[in-house]
Structure formats: C-alpha cells, structure tokens
Ligand binder design. Sequence first.
Ligand code: SF4
Length: 480
Amino acid sequence: MDYQRGVKLLGDSMSEECGIIGVYSSEKRELARSIYYGLYALQHRGQEACGIALSSDNKILYHKNLGLVSEVFGEAVLESLPEADIAIGHVRYSTAAQDKSLANAQPLVFNGKRGKFAVVSNSSITNAKQLKADLLEENILFQTSLDSEVFGVLINKLSQNGYLDGVRQAVEMLEGSFSTIVMTRSKLIAIRDRFGMRPLVLGKIGLDDDYVVASETTALDAVGATYVRDLEPGEILVISSKGLQSIKWADETKHAFCIFEHVYFARPDSILEGQSVYKARRDSGKLLAKHFPVEADIVSGVPESANVAARGYSEESGIPFIEALAKNGYVGRTFIKPKQGMRESAVKIKLNAIKANVQGKRVVLVDDSIVRGTTSKKIVQMLRDAGAKEVHLRIASPIVKHPCFLGVDMQTYNQLIGAYRDADEICKLIGADSLAFLDIDMLDEACSNGNYPHGFCTGCFTGEYPVSIDKKELDKQFDD
Ligand code: SF4
C-alpha cells in the first residue's frame, strides 16, 4: 500500500485521519514556526487541510486552509502570526465520502463561556452521533461534521469550574478512539482514549519548561525536542506554568494500540510506544522470508511504505533487493484521475515498472498490506508487461478481513478483497504466481520487539476490537 502523500490515487489504501501537535513554551516564542515544522513531519498523516492556532496575550488566533502545509503556510503567513506561549496544529485527511470543506479544517476555535479555546484531534468518536443529537435537542448549533466539535461543545457546556474540569467531564462521555489536544489561553491539555489506540507522545525542548505533544516522534525531531514518553491510555496531561500534571480520567484502561500504525501509517523513522517502526517493518520482512520462502532472482517493495519490509525479506533470504518499481513523487493532491476509458491508469502514472530490473526475472514483490486488491492486481500486471517471468507477492501483515470502525477509512466489508476469501483465492484474483501473508502472531512478534509490554488493536485482521462495536448503529457521520 502506498502512503497517502499527495493524493488518494491508488484506490487500495486505507487512511487514518490526521496528525496533531501542540507546543507549550515558558516564554513567548515564534511557535508558529515550530508548529509549521512539526506539521511538515506529520504531513503523511493528512494532506487535505492544515492549520495552526496560537495563544498570545490572552487571545487565540489561528490560520487554516485547505491544502498541504507548504501551500497553506508561506513566509508571509508565518511572519503575520505573533509570538506565543502555546500553539497547536493539525493536518487533516478526509475520505472521498467526507466533507472536505474549509469548515472541517482544524484547529477548531471556540468562543466559550470561559473565553476562547481551541481543539485539534485525531479521533473517531463512535457515539458522536448520539451526543450530537442530544446537544441539538438543547438547541446547540453545529458548524462542522467533525466529532471534535461535539467534544468542544461538551467541554464548554461542562466548564462551570473551568475548561480543565470541562475536559475531564466531557472526555468520560466519549467512546471510540481519540488523541486530542485542547489549548486554552493558559494551558495545553493532551488527552488519549482509554485504549491508547491513536499515538500521542510527549517531548521536551531544551532545559526550559518547554514541552511538545505530537502524533509521532518525527514531529519531536523536527522541532528539536527530545522524547520523554508516550501518553498513557486514559490520561489527561496538563501543561501550564505549574509544570506537568497527569490525570487519569478512565478507571479501566487497556493498551490496544492500532497495529496498523506499524504496518503502514507511521513514518519509518518514528518510535511508537517504544518500538522503532523501521525495525518492526524490517522484522516483518524477515519473518515473511523465513516462513514463506520462494526461489527468485530479486526482491522488491511497493514504494515507499513496503521498502523496509522488502529489505528485511532480502536480508533473511539472501535474494538481492533491487527496485522493480519507480514512484513518481510529483503526483500531488490536485491530481486529476484519468477518465474511465482512457488508457492511462492512475496507478501507472504514480508507479511504473523498471524494465531493466525485472525483464526475465523471478520477482518477489513485498507490500505492507492488501485492502481492496485493485492496486495489487495492476502492479502485478505492470511487472508482467515489463517482462517479469514470475511475480510472487509477500504481504507484511495478515489478510484484512474486517472493517475498521475506529478512525481508519475502511468501514465496510465489501471494500475488502480478503473479507470472504483466503490467500489462494486472492492470489487468483490478483494474478500473482504465489501469495502469502504474515499471520497475526508473526506481526505481533515483529511489532513487539520481544519485550513489548502492551497490547494492540488487531480488529481489522481478527475481528476483535477493544471496544464493543454495534455495526448497525455505528456512527458514520462524524469524520475527524
Ligand atoms: S481495526 Fe485495524 S486499522 Fe482500525 S484501529 Fe484497529 S488495528 Fe487500527
């Protein structure tokens, strides 16, 4: 599967919505620039829209728009944003079915009863529809289709004793997955759901009491922060002039971190819950080679996300890693898909076979996952057209058999090629010479680093979700 950098082109990808970052500084600084660099490091998590909100001189200001970070924030915009003590930022991914309007860009800034506050979130609140219906009954109006607006409205409603109290009460009403940052005029409040499904890490800048919270450690690196720790499931972390305050908001917590972060979403240079994503992917590739060997001349990965696993396969098998596919890095967000009937396929414009490397060769092609299968089929055919003698697909995760109801763009069984098929049937449909998937224990082993103390959500592979899922009643309306 290919990263969602730039465009939902391949039609075989899942997408998780959003990357978030917040910075608290002990004195006023050019925090807009820090957030800007952090958002660059999180761009792979969303390309539809982005924004920054700042707390400065008792005011909250913001700038957001549709587009990539590089499109929304030029030098003039950054120059126009004042120095600040606290700032938050967001990059958004939205699926084809979702409302891509500017109204749904974040941060969401609220004019509440205790002054302004702002929210950024990477979330899928499964009871948002019901919460919103209840609030509508109270004549509260909504301007977006985001579940973080529901959260913000609840915070305001429950903030008789201040916004922190509002956050504590509101968060207990939420079900589903969320990593969220709330910025008031004096506090940065970071919140993680009771299962720790979405990532959220804390970092420290320099020797001062300056802190960063972000979706991935790559954003800490980008702003010069050192990693301190991951937020715990069910934790509210408050950063203010009083320092750090950790509050446990959920009595019952459990680690059920989304294992797909390791498989595909996160950048390979990120550390997730103590485990290197690069190492997890390389070990996945090694396990694939160990358990599903095949005689071949070259090993290649589907760029970019499967290259690391392909290198692992190569290391373990001794078959040389040689690129079979070249990726066009200039296919952007505004790419217009070829009309039906045109000979060019969108896949072919983004990926192309390297004939000189594959002609007459038996190719092991490693991919991180297969969701819909349409892209895999096209890639296999592309390699055959380029002269590959055999194409053996090796997938560095199990068959995706179930939808994700927890924030990942893959919500129905009929979207999944593997929902009702085994590996042999999928292999026939895709047209490969052979096909093998890691099983869930092997993936767990690769992502656990041998001593990983926590658990994973593996729902899309096993059908076992950390939360009880009422598929009929599931809220599909809210989408951040
Ligand atoms: S169901 Fe799959 S994609 Fe969704 S949170 Fe769980 S592991 Fe991640």
